[in-house]
Design a protein around this ligand. Structure first.
Ligand SMILES: Nc1ncnc2c1ncn2[C@@H]1O[C@H](COP(=O)(O)OP(=O)(O)OP(=O)(O)O)[C@@H](O)[C@H]1O
Ligand SMILES: [Mg+2]
Length: 290
């Protein structure tokens, strides 16, 4: 049913290489439930930032769990650098050294007694030297602004602090593909900006980053590519083009991003030529005045 770019004129994103991870014609239903995803294909080219959007219950979390190997498609396949992933111990271990998922609810991810122990767990499990583990943990705690919380029991942290601890655990694995399920939900504005800085640094180092979000303005300013999960399928492509498709945006129960509305106003007043890109944030609007 669905195609890589939803079979729609939103041009496929320019790939910087073959997909690092890819779902091909994947279908999935939970036991005794209806099909959540039906023949869906989605390819992630390396090094790009992608936002995944869709209404509650549309299947975003399910799709991200399929991409990271936590769920197995009933039909279709998952490929890592073009190779089918075997859903056995060896195949999933290989997948997890490349692809890390930060789940929506940090309480489903955190389990160790303290923040530091939790963030160390993955790198220790990779069998890294102790100095390397320490360096990665330090870097991840700093990046998420939680170094001061390192000895605190995770269950006594605030929701936003737990969320940051869960993200730090994935960052410490230095994955090639980092998948985050609604990472900004519950973070204060400062925490959101800090997280975006962390993700920008990871991207500069070549990490592919995928983020599920309901925030269209965040998607427009942060993501190069966007994918809208609607009842008709997945519509994927360059973020500005995907988010400009009113019927798909409505089908995903989203609103029009602020930047695209501002772009329309600028063009209507002759302040922006039809081909020129518009502002994505209120700060960028400054550049268009006069
Ligand atoms: N463990 C489960 N067992 C059975 N059904 C499930 C399970 N998890 C999700 N579902 C169902 O699968 C569908 C897709 O759920 P999913 O969590 O993937 O949606 P979502 O897009 O992530 O939603 P949200 O925006 O609320 O996070 C929903 O109808 C949901 O009720
Ligand atoms: Mg979800």
């Amino acid at each position: 049913m669905t195609a890589r770019a939803g079979g729609e004129p939103t041009a496929a994103a320019p790939a910087d290489g073959p997909p690092v991870v890819e779902l091909s014609h994947a279908s999935f239903a939970y036991p005794d439930g209806p099909l959540v995803l039906d023949g869906l294909s989605w390819a992630l080219p390396p090094g790009r930032a992608t936002a995944l959007l869709g209404r509650n219950g549309s299947g975003k979390t399910t799709l991200l769990r399929l991409l990271s190997g936590g769920l197995r498609p009933a039909s279709g396949e998952l490929r890592l650098r073009g190779e089918p992933v075997a859903h056995d111990r060896k195949g999933l271990t290989r997948l997890r050294t490349t692809v890390q998922l930060v789940v929506q609810d940090p309480d489903d991810q955190l389990f160790a007694a303290s923040v530091e122990q939790d963030v160390s767990f993955g790198p220790l499990n990779l069998g890294l030297e102790e100095t390397e583990v320490l360096a990665r943990v330090e870097e991840a705690l700093d990046a998420l602004d939680i170094a001061a919380l390192r000895d605190r029991p995770t269950h006594l942290l605030s929701f936003g602090q737990r969320k940051r601890a869960a993200i730090a655990g994935a960052v410490a694995m230095r994955p090639r593909v980092l998948i985050l399920d609604e990472p900004t939900a519950g973070l204060d504005p400062h925490g959101q900006e800090r997280l975006l800085e962390v993700l920008a640094r990871l991207r500069a180092a070549g990490t592919t980053v995928v983020m599920a979000t309901h925030d269209v303005d965040l998607a427009l300013r942060w993501a190069q590519d966007a994918a809208l999960l609607t009842p008709e399928g997945l519509h994927a492509g360059p973020a500005a083009a995907v988010l400009a498709r009113a019927e798909h945006v409505a089908a995903a129960r989203l609103r029009r991003p602020w930047g695209l509305a501002a772009t329309d106003v600028l063009r209507a007043h002759g302040l922006l030529s039809p081909a020129a890109p518009g502002p994505r944030t209120p700060e960028e609007l400054d550049g268009y005045a006069g």
